[in-house]
Design a protein around this ligand. Structure first.
Ligand code: PRT
Ligand code: ZN
Length: 286
């Protein structure tokens, strides 16, 4: 079908579970048998391709896949001409410079003339030249963190998440050079039919993301507190206020953003809210 989009996701690794979960949360069903490279969605114009993450930007640029989900670090390092359609908010990590923990560090000039091991030579090279640092970059594809201890490099530039890998290799993080999260990318020349399917997918992704960031809240309060509580809880349009069977009391329903959550709850209690219930939202149509 002309409007079927091929969605490339990582076959197995840190991105695969969350990528597949997102596609499923968008209501797109498919069978992912182990070892399968391809799977057709049963209820959406899409086909899933299961690939190594490093190959995804190239496949999307070439049009083998129409869209893909990858880490922004891989996208930027690949330097492929694709469109970044949407940030997805999972697999957050950073690309950092690290050195042995017993070495003093003042600032980036520390790396002048040094040897740095990394799997991200392009991102690192750009960062160093932006800061007028000349260093020798050793490109290695794995176990970058052992490079200083085997004498291969003075420092490393690698992905950090919790920091425990650096710690257990006697390294300390000294500069964050890039912040990454999973992103949805697309081919730059999608046909109009495929573009429409991508927009449908994007609409669903945004609804899933909005739902995750918001909670449905219900509470009871004396009628005298309704005005103050309406101010605290703006809701999507405005809160729903309904009378309770008990005289002089109301029930208020609204939606709150997770970032404001605890602050809002405290204000609500101070304003006289009781029996507060907070419920996850499955989808939120904006
Ligand atoms: O086989 P394939 O090529 O598809 O996968 P891969 O092994 O190249 O990638 P994978 O699955 O390890 O990671 C995929 C993506 O997940 C990366 O490109 C990042 O965008 C993102 N991500 C998030 C991470 C991490 N967190 C992470 N912690 N990628 C790698 N790490 C590694 C890092 O390289 C280091 O070895 O974990 C270690 C550090 O973790 P902490 O928690 O000890 O700091
Ligand atoms: Zn990879």
């Amino acid at each position: 079908m002309k409007n079927t989009i091929r969605i490339a996701v990582q076959k197995s690794g840190r991105l695969s579970d969350a990528s597949i979960k997102l596609v499923r949360e968008c209501g797109i069903d498919f069978n992912k048998g182990t070892g399968k490279l391809k799977s057709e969605a049963t209820n959406f114009s899409a086909e899933l391709l299961f690939l190594r993450d490093d190959d995804i930007p190239g496949y999307v640029a070439d049009g083998v896949a129409d869209v893909g989900i990858i880490g922004e670090n891989v996208l930027v390092e690949s330097d492929q001409a694709v469109t970044l359609v949407q940030r997805l908010g999972f697999s957050k990590c950073r690309l950092s410079l690290a050195i042995p923990k017993n070495i003093d560090y003042a600032d980036i000039s520390h790396f002048q003339g040094k040897d740095i091991a990394t799997s991200y030579p392009k991102i690192l090279g750009n960062y160093l030249s932006k800061h007028n640092i000349t260093a020798t970059i050793h490109e290695i594809s794995g176990s970058v963190e052992i490079a200083p201890s085997i004498g291969l490099a003075d420092g490393i530039c690698d992905i950090v998440s919790s920091g425990s890998t650096l710690l257990s290799n006697g390294l300390k993080e000294v500069e964050v050079i890039f912040k990454s999260e999973a992103v949805l990318i697309a081919n730059e020349q999608l046909t109009q039919e495929k573009q429409q399917t991508l927009q449908q997918l994007l609409f669903r992704i945004k609804s899933v993301q909005a739902a995750k960031k918001n909670k449905y809240i219900l509470l009871n309060c004396p009628n005298a507190a309704v005005e103050e509580i309406k101010e605290i809880l703006p809701g999507m349009k405005s809160p729903t206020v309904m009378p309770l069977a008990t005289e002089g009391w109301s029930s208020i329903h609204s939606v709150i953003h997770e970032d404001d959550f605890w602050k809002v709850i405290e204000h609500l209690q101070q304003a006289g809210a009781q029996g507060i219930l907070v419920i996850p939202i499955e989808k939120m149509i904006l």
